[in-house]
Design a protein around this ligand. Structure first.
Ligand code: SF4
Length: 331
């Protein structure tokens, strides 16, 4: 392991950088934020495109980052997104670049993002029923999301991945139809256990649909564990009905995968989070804006990783939810 790497005290090395480009969103998913939204970050605190690229470049050139995922809030709200993707792909060694989005606006931008070099896209979609979509997101925009998925597929960002959260008594009974629909479309569906990262701090373990319940809901399908090694991937993958399409289950709470974690996060206001559930952050924006060298910024980033805890601690009795909500951290 090179001394330049983003290593922690448990032998893990972060090579997958998640960059939140904004904390703003154009949906109001009720398991993520309140209907009125949140107090958004002041623009002056949000990294400029040049600052984002400088930090990503330092990560790629000096810290062994191999994958860059742009997230939000909703990253398609970021005006310079296409150019950020292009400039990231121009870095050497060239990182893999992906995007996590709610799909609004993807119909308009999918081809430009693909031309800029985007490799993969994950679209959040919890239902294919317009009424349930409106109940969860407080917006009547399902058709736009579906059109965005089709455009991403058409632009060659395949296999398009769909991330779905099941909510008890809301869309949990729709899991089989959502999987069948994704199979028909050729999209790779992943069910994600709801995590305690909502801005309202309403998360409840008993309300959460567990991985075991997800498997029960999908009992009508033949699910065979995928042969490919999982590595550090969050999703446990299963071949559906003999394949080729797979379905994934990301069970952060009941089947945590922190032992192989290779992720590090950068918030839209320039803070390093060494874990999704980190309760401390390391500020890179201040040194960035006060003339620090790339080497000094890289060193501060390494130090931020050294204090990474072995896991998220959700199952510990003393667990405390981070103050920063998921909408300002990104997937
Ligand atoms: S919860 Fe933290 S340590 Fe665990 S997999 Fe996610 S980012 Fe890694």
């Amino acid at each position: 392991m090179s001394t330049d790497a983003l290593a922690d005290g448990f032998g893990r090395v972060a090579t997958d950088l998640r960059v939140s480009l904004t904390d703003r969103c154009n949906l109001r998913c009720n398991y993520c934020m309140p209907a009125e939204g949140l107090d958004w970050l002041p623009n002056a605190e949000v990294l400029t495109d040049d600052e984002v690229i400088r930090l990503v470049r330092i990560g790629v050139e000096q810290l062994g980052i191999e994958e860059v995922r742009f997230t939000g809030g909703e990253p398609l709200l970021r005006k310079g997104l296409v150019d950020l993707v292009r400039r990231t792909k121009e870095l050497a060694p060239t990182p893999e670049v992906s995007l996590t989005t709610n799909g609004l606006g993807l119909q308009r931008t999918a081809h430009a993002l693909a031309e800029a070099g985007l490799d993969r896209v994950n679209v959040s979609l919890d239902t294919i029923r317009p009424d349930t979509f409106a109940t969860i997101t407080l917006r009547d925009r399902l058709a736009d999301v579906l059109a965005g998925l089709a455009a991403a597929n058409d632009a060659g960002l395949a296999p398009v991945k769909v991330n779905a959260v099941l909510l008890r008594g809301v869309n949990d009974d729709q899991a089989p139809e959502l999987l069948q629909w994704c199979l028909d479309q050729g999209y790779e569906l992943r069910f994600i256990e709801q995590m305690p990262l909502d801005a309202q701090h309403d998360w409840s373990r008993t309300e959460m649909i567990t991985a075991e319940e997800i498997f029960d809901l999908l009992s009508g399908f033949d699910l065979t564990p995928a042969e490919e090694a999982r590595g550090s991937a969050p999703a446990e993958k299963f071949v559906v009905n003999g394949g080729p399409t797979t379905v994934g289950v990301i069970a952060s709470v009941t089947r945590p995968f922190c032992g192989d974690c290779d992720r590090v996060r950068l918030t839209a206001d320039g803070q390093v989070r060494n874990c999704l559930f980190a309760r401390e952050e390391s500020d890179l924006r201040t040194p960035l804006r006060s003339g620090a060298s790339d080497e000094l910024i890289a060193q501060r980033w390494r130090l931020a990783m050294a204090t990474k805890l072995p896991g998220h601690g959700i199952n510990d009795p003393l667990f405390l939810q981070p103050t920063r909500p998921m909408s300002a951290i990104g997937g």
